[in-house]
Design a protein around this ligand. Structure first.
Ligand code: PAF
Length: 275
């Protein structure tokens, strides 16, 4: 695996590459990322991973500074997964001057769910992903479904801006006890880690109720929030939404997704399940 720190070096290495598949990450790689790398191999001839902790998508007070940086271990995992090129720029390579132009998703995608609790987050994500697309020029780019709203924002950005890039979503990978893999799981204490799978169980119950014919989505959301609160969580939202655009569904809509975000101690976890 070749490692590139500069845009110029990466571009030179990819000059004759065909059908590039890109997996953007912020590092601290787990099996969910590795599954995306393997999926990338089946979509592209040349697989490029990027590791860049993007300051622009963190709000003041969020975990930008303490976000786990595990570069050496990440390189070993990427090489073992058969990745051809790793782009791992320093901050000054991506943001050599304050970023003046941004990609701003429309409010109906940006200000809901995660965006309501993390204002500006998707503007930061869309901006850095657009920059990575311009740098790597992939034919395909892969993102995990665990960040469901992020995947929707990027799909819509690619469609609205006519980017010649196929956006592929990879399934969420879970630990044996059902907890969705996430770099932030590492922040959990041992008792919190034991409690954390409840989030997935709670949304599974909502999914099962909908599959069984319950269309009182708001009632199901309230019940699920109450269950989390009773177990000591601080939920931001449990939401039944249309999978396509994450807007509120009319009753009897098919193609739904249940999304959740909740704090356990000082760690904020998100999860979702398609119905
Ligand atoms: O999902 C992530 O790790 C990040 O949001 C991404 C897509 C790499 C952009 O910084």
């Amino acid at each position: 695996m070749q490692i590139h720190e500069s845009v110029a070096g990466l571009r030179a290495a990819l000059k004759n590459a065909n059908n590039v598949a890109l997996v953007p990450t912020m590092g601290n790689l787990h099996d969910g990322h590795i599954a995306l790398m393997k999926l990338a191999r089946s979509h592209g001839e040349t697989v490029v991973a990027s590791i860049f902790v993007n300051r622009l998508q963190f709000r003041p007070g969020e975990d930008f500074e303490k976000y786990p940086r595990t570069f050496a271990a990440d390189c070993d995992k990427l090489a073992a997964a058969g990745v051809d090129h790793l782009f791992a720029p320093a901050e000054a390579e991506i943001y050599p001057r304050p970023q003046g132009y941004h990609v701003v998703p429309p409010d109906d995608q940006d200000a809901i769910l995660e965006g309501e609790f993390r204002p500006g987050h998707f503007r930061g994500v869309a901006t850095v992903v657009m920059k990575l697309f311009q740098i790597v020029r992939p034919a395909v780019a892969l993102f995990g479904k665990k960040d469901y709203q992020q995947l929707m924002v990027i799909r819509n950005m690619a469609a609205d801006l006519n980017l010649p890039i196929e956006i592929v979503g990879g399934e969420t990978i879970r630990a044996d006890d059902g907890l969705a893999l996430s770099s932030r799981n590492g922040y959990l204490s041992a008792p919190e880690r034991a409690e954390a799978p409840r989030l997935g169980r709670v949304i599974t119950k909502v999914v099962e109720a909908i599959r069984a014919g319950n269309t009182d989505y708001q009632g199901l959301e309230r019940q699920a929030m109450a269950e989390l609160q009773a177990a000591g969580w601080f939920p931001d939202y449990i939401a039944v939404r249309k999978a396509l655009d994450l807007q509120l569904p009319p009753a009897h809509e098919s193609g739904l997704v249940v999304l959740a975000a909740a704090r356990l101690g000082s760690t904020r976890l998100i999860d979702n399940l398609e119905v």
